[in-house]
Design a protein around this ligand. Structure first.
Ligand SMILES: C[S@@+](CC[C@H](N)C(=O)[O-])C[C@H]1O[C@@H](n2cnc3c(N)ncnc32)[C@H](O)[C@@H]1O
Length: 227
């Protein structure tokens, strides 16, 4: 079956902007203490659940993957864009990165104790989000956690240019309540919904509030990971 157009365009866009994006975003997490707090809470919960390794899905150059590894998690990264994967491997040679799409992950059922989609579902159109969340549910072990980050909003933003580079890329800001409903429909239990106001000063000014949703795959009955 032919690949959906949005995936082809998203891959091409991130391949085009790999180097400038990587340089630009490098110091971002250091400037966002509340975002680090979200990742810290995720790391503690995943460690306590002890349900398996973690994958950052849509990892780009791997800065969040590396941060999670620094928090003690066994973590690797997956990204749609081959140049992003190459850059992640170059910058973080001690970690594993692979090409792949969140619409069809090359991971076994129940393989993960946690997954992070940090500003990566923002490139998936609404009608495909249920497929993505079904895939997240499939690859998580019972008791595993999914941590999402995305901008809050209602209107799709199309960009033909980023940093002077020609691209064709759609950004999908969303209402957290709607995303939580879709997670629930996929069998994942929302555990926390953090919305922070946009940072309007500093090196990384934002236009919109930012949402951080944590969901958990239910433990079920008698389905704990074997010792
Ligand atoms: C805004 S960047 C965020 C990268 C990284 N999470 C970070 O915070 O630096 C979005 C990333 O998601 C990846 N991506 C977009 N759609 C994807 C998909 N369907 N499957 C896997 N990765 C995807 C892009 O290639 C890009 O590297």
């Amino acid at each position: 079956m032919a690949e959906p157009d949005f995936l082809t365009r998203t891959r091409a866009a991130y391949d085009t902007i790999t180097e400038p994006y990587t340089e630009w975003i490098a110091a971002e997490l250091a400037a966002r203490p509340l975002d680090r707090a979200v990742l810290g809470g995720f790391a503690e919960l995943v460690t306590a659940a002890d349900a398996g390794p973690v994958v950052e899905i849509g990892c780009g150059p791997g800065r969040i993957t590396a941060h999670l590894n620094g928090l003690g998690l066994a973590v690797s990264g997956i990204d749609l864009a081959p140049r992003m994967v190459a850059r992640a491997r170059q910058d973080h040679p001690h970690l594993r990165f692979a090409e792949g799409s969140m619409l069809g992950l090359d991971l076994a059922d129940g393989a993960l104790g946690g997954l992070v989609a940090w500003y990566s579902i923002i490139h998936v159109p609404d009608e495909r989000l249920p497929d993505v969340f079904a895939e997240f549910h499939r690859v998580l072990a019972p008791g595993g956690y999914a941590q999402l980050a995305f901008a809050v909003g209602d209107e799709v933003v199309h960009r033909d240019e980023l940093g002077g580079h020609p691209v064709s890329l759609d950004f999908h800001p969303r209402r957290p309540e709607r995303v939580a409903d879709l997670l629930r429909a996929a069998g994942l239990q929302p555990r926390a919904q953090v919305v922070r106001e946009p940072d309007t000063d500093g090196d990384y000014p934002e236009q919109a509030p930012q949402a951080f949703l944590l969901a958990r795959k239910p433990l079920g009955t008698g389905r704990r990971r074997p010792e």
